[in-house]
Design a protein around this ligand. Structure first.
Ligand SMILES: *Cc1c(COP(=O)(O)O)cnc(C)c1O
Length: 367
């Protein structure tokens, strides 16, 4: 048995050729390759604008700044995510309120509704593991209350709700970090249908300049380089194929892991498409072994796995008593953090790899 990693970065000949063309052009910073990435990614999401930035966290910070959030404004999000979601809201100066999640790990619209008050300005759902949040319900809630939507789509490139791609429901924030479904080492993309927001984002990205040395607003250097864009551009063209490979691996895992006591395989609510950034099972209290024991078992067999995320974002000491963090109770998110375990699903795995993962997990359950 060979080792099966949870993630694997493969750079192919198309990426190599594109990077080499940038190197030879002598134009390494933001230029035509970034423009091509923005054009192709906007098309993929069915929106008029994509704005490339230096990483996914910056995408979130930029989206919140472009919306003009002020200290005291409240943003409702999920506590079951990567710290970037929380850190971006804190950086914007706004206050974070936490809604609970559903069994599919995405934010629960009913719990969101219960937190809305006069200070609420935006909803920030996370399309966790590649599964879109319930954007139909969340859009209705946001429209009724006059709230902005910022989508943390860092893990969900190309995922859809009905006939609409994620990133088209509000300001969409994508990451191109090395382990994401679309990657260039470090990078981010922001999608929007709002011309004014897109314009503001481009201004903020480039030190508040449209024309050199004509500062129109205090800005930032949030630019992506053409070298990075060259790695991402060929992958945009292959994204449908990448996602189909991940989906086939997920389906094989779900069939192979059926019937194990206390193990819940991921479900996809109707009307939503999952892009399988992670394949995440739950190990419930009625399972014959603990999540930690399963992890040890997989370690011994060199099968990669991940605990995303072992604790709620704000339950680390460094956030204790933070004045911008609300004290909302989220029992279902708390339970998910103790039960979730992600298994290898990426596009470079073949059926035989997936079968080894299945065999190992079934073995752990003594099945
Ligand atoms: C990766 C990730 C981010 C941050 O993206 P970076 O490019 O690493 O800054 C934000 N939110 C979620 C849910 C992520 O998985």
């Amino acid at each position: 048995m060979s080792s099966i990693p949870i993630t694997s970065v493969v750079i192919g000949p198309e990426e190599e050729a594109a990077v080499l063309s940038v190197l030879r052009s002598g134009r390494l910073a933001q230029g035509p390759m970034v423009a091509e990435l923005e054009r192709s990614f906007a098309e993929l999401c069915g929106v008029p604008h994509a704005v490339a930035v230096s990483n996914g966290t910056v995408a979130l910070v930029a989206a919140l700044e472009a919306l003009g959030l002020q200290p005291g404004d409240e943003v409702i999000t999920t506590p079951f995510s990567f710290a970037a979601t929380l850190n971006a809201i804190l950086e914007s100066g706004a206050t974070v309120r936490f809604a609970d999640i559903r069994d599919d790990f995405t934010i629960d619209p009913a719990s969101v509704q219960a937190l809305i008050n006069d200070r609420t300005k935006a909803l920030l759902p996370v399309h966790l593991y590649g599964l879109p949040a319930d954007m139909t319900a969340l859009t209705e809630i946001a429209d009724a209350a006059g709230l902005a939507i910022v989508e943390d789509a860092a893990q969900a490139h190309g995922a859809r709700v009905g006939d609409r791609a994620v990133g088209s429901f509000g300001v969409g924030c994508f990451s191109m970090y090395a382990t994401k479904n679309l990657q260039c080492g470090e990078g981010g993309l922001i999608t929007t249908s709002d011309d004014a927001i897109a314009d503001r984002l481009r201004l903020l990205r480039n030190q508040g300049m449209r024309v050199r040395y004509q500062y129109e607003a205090p800005g930032h250097n949030w630019r992506l380089t053409d070298l990075q864009a060259a790695i991402a551009v060929p992958q945009v063209g292959r994204l449908a194929e990448t996602t189909a490979r991940r989906a086939a691996n997920a389906a094989r895992l779900t069939a192979g892991l059926a019937g194990l006591p206390g193990l819940t395989t991921p479900s996809v609510p109707s009307g939503r498409s999952h892009v399988w950034h992670q394949y995440t099972v739950r190990i419930g209290a009625d399972a014959p072994l603990s999540r930690d024991d399963l992890g040890k078992w997989l370690d011994e067999r060199q099968i990669g796995y991940g605990l995303y995320y072992p604790r709620l974002m704000h339950h680390y000491d460094c956030y204790a008593g933070h004045p911008q963090i609300g004290t909302d109770e989220t029992p279902r998110a708390l339970r998910a953090a103790t039960e979730a375990l992600s298994l290898p699903v990426h596009q470079h795995l073949v059926d035989d790899d997936i079968d080894q993962v299945i065999e190992a997990v079934r073995g752990a359950f003594n099945d």
